[in-house]
Design a protein around this ligand. Structure first.
Ligand SMILES: Nc1ncnc2c1ncn2[C@@H]1O[C@H](COP(=O)(O)OP(=O)(O)O)[C@@H](O)[C@H]1O
Ligand SMILES: [Mg+2]
Length: 265
């Protein structure tokens, strides 16, 4: 497998009003083309901070990132703006990310325009194609984003992210707010897009069951450090850290709790 992303010794400390938080501590991992790496861990362990460092939405205090064979942290200005199309992110709260007055078309058109992905005249057809790819009808383009359901909005967010034809998609709790059946549909969609396009994914979730379903490998964080890292089934069947053991136990308890729903009459 071709290596796409290599992160080495990444660290980030926040200092706000005299309070020091070591959000990411000496974290290393890699991601191959077409691979999904799950990033799990309890709330506040540093998952979003790590995702934002990889996206270069903020700069690390230390560490290296190589992406597509380039020193990602050395890129700046125009070169960085151009390169950004290859790495896209989907957040949990797309409600806040989209301008409520926008239509679906304007939301998806924006990155197409900014990154000059295709000629202006071809953009409406491309928007329809992207909507179809995420399982929405082409005439959704004229809908105001305000009228969409949570699942529809996440599909639009994915279509927008895919519009620049990225090599890496970072999903930060992007399915966490969806109800179980909609979540399953969006996850299926992600897996099928990956099969077609070789897209790699850094999949951030606090939910081990979701990670188990879609990730080839998993990394688990605790207080900024990575405490587990390996092939998903192997890592989750023999977790070494207490954090991982607790997360796994919590999903199992939930599953047992839900059992009666699944019992056939
Ligand atoms: N912008 C920020 N300023 C100060 N502290 C922050 C900021 N963002 C996150 N933190 C702190 O850093 C730690 C990691 O947060 P975060 O990366 O959001 O974790 P997670 O996504 O795993 O819940 C937490 O203690 C959080 O309170
Ligand atoms: Mg987070």
């Amino acid at each position: 497998m071709t290596q796409l992303l290599a992160v080495e010794g990444l660290s980030k400390t926040y200092t706000t009003q005299g309070r020091v938080t070591r959000a990411v501590r000496n974290v290393s991992f890699s991601l191959a083309q077409g691979e999904t790496l799950g990033l799990a861990g309890p709330s506040g362990c540093g998952k979003s901070s790590l995702a934002r460092l990889v996206m270069r939405l903020m700069e690390p205090d230390a560490g290296d990132i190589h992406f597509q064979g380039q020193n990602w942290l050395a890129l700046s200005g125009r070169t960085l703006r151009h390169a950004r199309r290859h790495m896209q992110m989907v957040f949990q709260d797309t409600h806040a990310a989209f301008n409520p007055r926008s239509t679906v078309a304007t939301v998806i058109d924006e990155p197409l325009r900014i990154h000059h992905i295709i000629p202006t005249g071809d953009r409406p057809a491309e928007i329809a194609r992207l909507l179809e790819r995420v399982g929405l009808p082409g005439d959704f383009a004229s809908r105001p984003v305000l009228e969409l359901s949570g699942g529809q909005r996440q599909r639009v967010a994915i279509a927008r992210a895919l519009s620049t034809r990225p090599a890496l998609l970072v999903m930060d709790e992007a399915v966490s707010a969806l109800d179980v059946s909609v979540r399953a549909q969006v996850l299926e969609l992600l897996v099928s897009i990956q099969k077609q396009t070789g897209l790699a994914c850094l999949f951030v979730s606090h939910d081990i069951a979701v990670i188990r379903a879609v990730c080839h490998r998993v990394a688990i964080m605790e207080a900024g450090s990575m405490v587990e890292y390996g092939e998903t089934q192997r890592t989750l069947s023999a977790p070494q850290s207490e954090t991982a053991q607790c997360l796994i136990a919590a999903t199992q308890t939930l599953r047992n709790h839900r059992e009666p729903d699944h019992v056939q009459p």
